[in-house]
Design a protein around this ligand. Structure first.
Ligand code: C2E
Ligand code: CA
Ligand code: CA
Ligand code: CA
Length: 279
């Protein structure tokens, strides 16, 4: 019986079973999260070389009544697999644009930007351009204040489709940022073909600056690549003044990370960052 048990281990592994049950539960909960109004968006400040806030990244939060706050790291992949990312992503974009419209109406904040994460499935969906255009029209935002963040892997899924869509939206005023840059396989020649406006240095390279010499080389190279292609470069995951000093010294234009602010809700964001200029 013991041997039999061992042979069947892979089928009855309680860990795997528990994980599958948890996944099924999460999927069911995710299905109803939108209609139950359990999603929130939070905003993390992005700052320029003059230390002023220029914009924010929009990050999704799921507040489940029993599970509590579920990290996007746990549910975005599942939402991608199930296709739920399509309606969820549209909700994020719409909510972000409503907020952007309000903030751009404040005097002195007309050029404030929001960056919204777009998943691979969203980008390659048939109606993507139509959906984005409709949300822009309906919310009345200025497209030039909206940046879409795409990862290299999302673009690589279908390079021609990506380029075509990016060109159409770029012509309508939108900007594109290449998220998690440096973690994929970008070469200069391929990057040259992509209509991106900004490179976003992945936080894994920023983390060990000053400790890991290899990361310093990578960060400097990305900034040099950006400069030679005329692209803006933003460093994410900046947690210490030391890291800030270094990346700024290398010629980076924009910064984002806990040093300047955690992701926060709209109210907090306003009181922390908007009031600075009205005084
Ligand atoms: P990401 O796009 O790379 O977002 C940056 C992540 O780094 C965020 O995690 C942010 O809270 C975190 N972060 C910011 N500053 C620091 C810092 O100084 N140190 C450290 N250690 N971390 C920092 P978050 O909010 O948990 O999001 C995780 C990932 O989930 C995002 O990575 C993104 O890929 C995905 N995600 C979040 N919101 C959305 C969304 O609306 N749509 C899609 N498709 N994906 C989203
Ligand atoms: Ca991002
Ligand atoms: Ca990122
Ligand atoms: Ca990331």
């Amino acid at each position: 019986a013991k041997i039999e048990g061992r042979n069947r281990l892979c089928f009855f592994d309680p860990d795997i079973q528990a994980k599958q049950e948890e996944r099924a539960k999460l999927e069911a909960a995710l299905h109803s999260a939108l209609v139950r109004n359990q999603f929130r968006i939070v905003f993390q400040p992005q700052i320029g070389t003059d230390d002023r806030v220029t914009g924010a990244e929009v990050l999704l939060r799921w507040e489940h009544p029993e599970l509590g706050m579920v990290s996007p790291l746990e549910f975005i992949a599942l939402a991608e697999e199930t296709g739920l990312i399509i309606p969820i992503g549209l909700w994020v974009l719409k909510s972000a644009c409503h907020q952007l419209r309000r903030w751009n109406n404040l005097s002195g904040w007309e050029s404030f930007t929001l960056s919204v994460n777009i998943s691979s499935r969203q980008l390659h969906q048939e109606d993507f351009i139509a959906n984005v255009s409709e949300i822009i029209l309906e919310t009345g935002v200025s497209a030039k204040n909206l940046t879409l963040e795409l990862t290299e892997s999302a673009i690589l899924k279908n390079v021609e489709d990506s380029i075509e869509k990016m060109n159409v939206l770029k012509a309508r005023g939108l900007s594109f940022s290449m998220d998690d840059f440096g973690t994929g396989y970008s070469s200069l020649s391929y990057l040259k073909r992509l209509p991106v406006n900004e490179l976003k240095i992945d936080q894994s390279f920023v983390r060990d600056l000053g400790i890991d010499l290899g990361d310093e080389v990578i960060v400097r190279t990305i900034i040099a690549m950006g400069q030679s292609l005329g692209l803006s470069v933003i460093a994410e995951g900046v947690e210490t003044a030391f890291q800030h000093e270094l990346v700024r010294g290398y010629g980076c234009h924009h910064f984002q990370g806990y040093l300047f602010g955690r992701p926060q809700d709209a109210k907090e964001f306003e009181s922390n960052h908007f009031d600075q200029s009205s005084s």
